[in-house]
Design a protein around this ligand. Structure first.
Ligand code: IPE
Ligand code: IPE
Ligand code: MG
Length: 239
């Protein structure tokens, strides 16, 4: 059975999970962190090498100030509480997104997590924080334009390969599978470049209810997909 090396997840539905229980949205986000912990444990056991999670989008700043501050607080708490265990379990942490838009203490914690775990190999956990696909593409285009303007790069050296190698996700393979919970059927600015040929699985369950079984089911679903990348299926080539 083909297992994707890289699974990316849009962890959506924390607010609705909380609302359905008469709880504040923060309770949903807290429960979401627990679902994330379980998923990080399950992923390598199920044969996944890279797990990317969408934790805060470049558009999530438009939420009420108190919710933004709760989400920043939860990220800090997650790194402080879980970093030692992640490291012990061989998890390498990578962060994608616009770090310049983050408070210095959060940047410091993310940097610490990345450097401490840089040599680990059991699972690469990619945290998309203050991440937006368009923002990433624009920052990359600007970086390459500056290199050309300085004379460090010829404009015809800008190719799909060199562009990909300048994105936040450099050296991370594209996700074969993208999962979104909560029933919404959209990408919401997630991995726009990298998900060009990803298989998509949309689940009705809210993120805090996501379990190892949901991940295993999504992997089974993926194994049954036929990926063609614009070509033809092997059985149709001779026709
Ligand atoms: C996902 O849950 C978490 C973040 C976007 C940070 P939501 O907060 O979007 O929950 P819903 O979609 O309102 O239910
Ligand atoms: C996407 O969810 C972002 C994260 C899961 C971090 P949103 O809840 O922000 O997306 P929309 O607003 O429903 O498209
Ligand atoms: Mg949402």
């Amino acid at each position: 059975m083909a297992t994707p090396a890289h699974v990316a997840i849009i962890m959506d539905g924390n607010g609705r999970w909380a609302k359905a229980r008469g709880l504040p949205r923060l309770a949903g986000h807290r429960a979401g962190v627990e679902a994330l912990r379980q998923t990080v444990r399950a992923a390598p056991e199920l044969g996944v090498s890279y797990l990317t999670v969408y934790a805060f989008s470049s558009e999530n700043w438009s939420r009420p100030k108190s919710e933004v501050s709760d989400l920043m607080g939860l990220l800090k708490l997650f790194i402080r509480r879980d970093l030692a265990e992640l490291h012990q379990n061989g998890v390498r942490v990578r962060v994608i997104g616009n770090k310049e838009g983050l408070q210095p203490d959060i940047r410091g914690l993310l940097q610490e997590a990345e450097s401490l775990t840089a040599g680990n190999e059991a699972l690469t956990l990619v945290i998309a924080f203050n991440y937006g696909g368009r923002d990433e593409i624009v920052r990359t285009a600007r970086k390459l334009a500056e290199a050309v303007a300085r004379g460090d790069m010829a404009s015809d050296a800008i190719t799909a390969e060199s562009f990909a190698a300048s994105l936040d996700t450099k050296s991370i393979p594209d996700p074969e599978l993208v999962i979104r919970t909560s029933g919404e059927l959209r990408l919401s600015n997630f991995l726009l470049w990298q998900a060009a040929y990803s298989e998509l699985v949309f689940l009705p369950c809210y993120w805090p209810d996501f379990s190892r079984e949901h991940l295993a089911d999504a992997l089974r679903d993926f194994a049954g997909r036929e990926r063609r990348f614009g070509g033809l299926a092997a059985r149709d080539v001779a026709l």
